[in-house]
Design a protein around this ligand. Structure first.
Ligand SMILES: Nc1ncnc2c1ncn2[C@@H]1O[C@H](COP(=O)(O)OP(=O)(O)OP(=O)(O)O)[C@@H](O)[C@H]1O
Ligand SMILES: [Mg+2]
Length: 265
């Protein structure tokens, strides 16, 4: 199949404007504005506690924002019910995967398609995800709880795909995985984007993987977007190299070392 990039439209499929969300008195995101264009992989980079997961939970309706608005495919989805948002074509792969451990791999995938009535399309997509992740076909009758972490991540992404979404929110797919598995998962995410044209919003601490896989990136610090650009440009910026990619040589660290406040895994 062709792996040429899908056309990225200038029209945003997702638009956040000044979104603010809090847990009681703790403001987790403070006026976040961002856009994801149809066909692209966009990423939000940020260290531990920056607010990445909160952004995704606010988009998918798990948390209601205190302020701001969220538009998906031109419709206002701010604080709408999560089930309604899934039905509009937006799937969320949560942090820590959260597959149904006592259901088989196959039944997890069936659950992913619960909003759909097109049986033929569901069967086609089941074949497609088994094509992307052949190990899931081998394990299809096993309980999902018995899969390894990497396989559970594959299943969580596949379950999201079973809803035939326009946009997938992907929360730290690299969490707890070996570098080799992380690479495999990211390659598959790019392939899914290229082959199916699925738009993806990825949040990651692993800046290296995220910047290589994505088209456009935002940097989030303490709940605020502090930088945005194409990933090609972000990869070349000194601050990004130093704080997020760890690429500065020892000799240059010296006096700038105080700035190293990130904890990256
Ligand atoms: N359920 C909660 N109750 C109270 N505070 C929370 C809760 N969840 C997150 N927070 C706080 O909100 C802020 C943002 O957290 P969030 O989980 O969105 O960050 P993150 O960027 O996803 O971090 P990580 O990389 O560790 O997953 C942090 O200060 C965190 O302590
Ligand atoms: Mg998180």
């Amino acid at each position: 199949m062709s792996t040429s990039p899908p056309p990225i439209s200038d029209l945003p499929v997702l638009k956040l404007l000044n979104v603010e969300s809090a847990y009681g008195p703790i403001k987790a995101i403070r006026g976040v504005s961002l856009q994801v264009r149809r066909g692209e992989i966009a990423t939000v980079l940020g260290s531990n506690g920056a607010g990445k997961t909160t952004i995704l939970k606010t988009i998918s309706g798990i948390i209601d924002p205190r302020k701001g608005s969220i538009e998906f495919k031109g419709e206002d989805i701010t604080a709408k019910d999560p089930a309604f948002i899934v039905q509009q074509g937006l799937s969320h792969v949560p942090e820590g995967r959260e597959v149904f451990p006592l259901l088989s791999v196959h039944d997890n995938l069936v659950m992913g398609a619960y909003t759909r009535s097109d049986k033929d399309g569901v069967a086609r997509d089941m074949e497609a995800v088994y094509g992307y992740f052949p190990i899931l076909r081998e394990r299809s009758s096993q309980d999902a709880g018995l899969l390894s972490g990497g396989q559970q991540q594959m299943l969580a992404i596949s379950r999201a795909l079973m809803a035939s979404p326009d946009l997938i929110l992907l929360d730290e797919p690299s969490l707890g995985l070996s570098p080799k598995l992380t690479k495999e998962i990211f390659e598959m995410v790019v392939r899914i984007n290229r082959e199916r044209g699925t738009t993806i919003l990825l949040v990651e601490q692993n800046a290296n993987m995220a910047l290589n896989a994505s088209d456009y990136g935002y940097v989030l610090e303490n709940g605020r977007i502090v930088m945005e650009d194409t990933c090609a440009h972000l990869r070349e910026k000194d601050d990004i190299k130093e704080f997020y990619l760890g690429m500065k040589e020892d000799g240059v660290r010296g006096e700038r070392r105080w700035k190293k406040k990130k904890t990256w895994r």
